[in-house]
Design a protein around this ligand. Structure first.
Ligand SMILES: NC(=O)c1ccc[n+]([C@@H]2O[C@H](COP(=O)([O-])OP(=O)(O)OC[C@H]3O[C@@H](n4cnc5c(N)ncnc54)[C@H](O)[C@@H]3O)[C@@H](O)[C@H]2O)c1
Length: 406
């Protein structure tokens, strides 16, 4: 591969892509919870040749009707009917965090593999019980979608493994969004119930940093920005330092207080892979004009494929740099930039739809029995770091981690 001192672009050939054209037996997927998370994943599921949506469960009758009309699939008001439906082979659990254990366990006990939204659960005990149950039932757990599945993260992992930046020494991740001022349920504003930015946002950043570090995390030292706004009394920001084995360390910082927009540093592309318009809309101001916040939140659930966000690039989670002893790597919404003594070089990440990699992973786990990177133990390890973040901030101490190895 030749280079110039100016930015070069090359296709990275070694990326393993699932043989989509050979898929003849798509997974029959059921979905528990047809709210916002499902609306974000629906375009990827619809486009993926390895997945067919066959059923959904949801108490909201409008979401159920939209799902039936769009996918020609059946719906249930109760998750128990979904998981015991013999047409359903695997279940995507996209209900609120507090219901993940109950819904995932019901599916696992019915012999179905599960894709569980992040965070896997709120408590570590619940995560452990799901891992045990899946082992006993001989089914797979995948925790996601999370930004560790993003195409550029996967590409970066391959480039690092190939030695393109030498040995990884240090990672830095920074993102600022309006997370705390998007419409929220009461539970999403209560730390005890898994609310705040730690369980919903840090878990993304932790996941992708762990994938790039590629060695186990050992200790966490952190501070949270808790209740800077008394009307939204949960963590809205944090900074943490993670010590990994082999001397690798990472700093992770996030603010969800809706001031600086971190997407400005990501080619003006939103987290969901959509170009941003120049028109500034303050999330705080929008929320001030809303009468009923939980009704507004519910209106952002699934209504049609046309109203789902349509990504034009990969999703991202803000700035991420990996510093190696021979070069530095930076993620962009389109791929990976590596800079060394010869200058910067750009590697595009193949793009189909946002989240396609999540459903590739689900397909490979269910049809080819491959163990996914983001399995139950992986999800529990990221959750442990979320808890360590909170504990370290509360006590002022460094927290040693116990669930990071295998
Ligand atoms: N990966 C991502 O990018 C992403 C984005 C948003 C949310 N999430 C995750 O998805 C999960 C859901 O969050 P959300 O924002 O979609 O919430 P939401 O409230 O918009 O959607 C949850 C849906 O579950 C339904 N539900 C509630 N109780 C149910 C029950 N007993 N049976 C079946 N359905 C039930 C609700 O009516 C609602 O439609 C959370 O764990 C969150 O962290 C992930």
């Amino acid at each position: 591969m030749t280079r110039n001192p100016t930015l070069l672009c090359c296709v990275y050939p070694e990326q393993k892509v699932i043989a989509l054209s050979s898929i003849s037996n798509p997974i029959r997927l059921g979905v528990a919870g047809l709210g916002r998370a499902f609306a974000l994943s629906a375009p990827a599921i619809h486009a993926h040749p390895g997945v067919n949506l066959v059923a959904g469960a949801e108490p909201n009758s409008e979401h159920r009707r939209s799902f039936e009309t769009t996918f020609g699939a059946k719906t249930y008001a109760d998750v128990r009917d979904l998981v015991t439906d013999p047409d359903v082979e695997a279940v995507y659990v996209s209900t609120p965090h507090g219901l993940h254990k109950e819904h995932a366990l019901a599916a696992i006990n019915a012999g179905k593999s599960v894709l569980i939204e992040k965070p896997m659960t709120v408590s570590l005990e619940d995560a452990s019980s799901l891992i045990e149950a899946a082992k006993k039932a001989g089914v797979q757990i995948i925790v996601g979608p999370s930004h560790s599945f993003d195409g550029p993260v996967k590409l970066a992992e391959a480039l690092i493994a190939e030695g393109k930046i030498g040995r990884v020494r240090m990672i830095h991740a920074l993102y600022a969004t309006d997370f705390l001022y998007r419409p929220r349920t009461a539970a999403e504003l209560s730390t005890d119930l898994g609310g705040g930015v730690v369980f919903s946002q840090a878990v993304h950043q932790i996941d992708l940093v762990r994938r790039l570090a590629a060695v186990p995390a050992q200790r966490v030292t952190a501070r949270t920005g808790g209740a800077w706004d008394a009307d939204r009394p949960t963590e809205g920001a944090y900074s943490m330092l993670i010590d990994f084995s082999e001397g690798v360390y990472a700093s992770l910082t996030y603010s969800g207080y809706a001031h600086f927009d971190g997407d400005r540093l990501m080619e003006n592309t939103a987290e969901l892979g959509i170009p941003k318009s120049d028109e500034f809309k303050s999330a705080r101001k929008i929320l001030e004009s809303v009468q009923d916040e939980s009704e507004f939140k519910s209106s952002r659930g699934f209504s049609s494929l046309e109203t789902c966000p349509q990504a034009q690039t990969h999703e991202h989670f803000g700035q991420v740099f990996v510093f190696g002893d021979r070069g530095d790597l930076r993620l962009t919404p389109n791929g990976v930039e590596i800079t060394d003594t010869n200058g910067p070089e750009f590697y595009p990440a193949p793009f189909r739809t946002a989240r396609a990699e999540v459903f590739d992973t689900l397909y490979a786990a269910v049809r080819e029995q491959t163990t996914p990177l983001q399995d139950g133990k992986w999800g529990r390890a990221s959750l442990e770091i979320c808890h360590a973040l909170l504990t370290s901030s509360e006590t002022g101490d460094t927290v040693t981690l116990n669930y990071q190895e295998g």
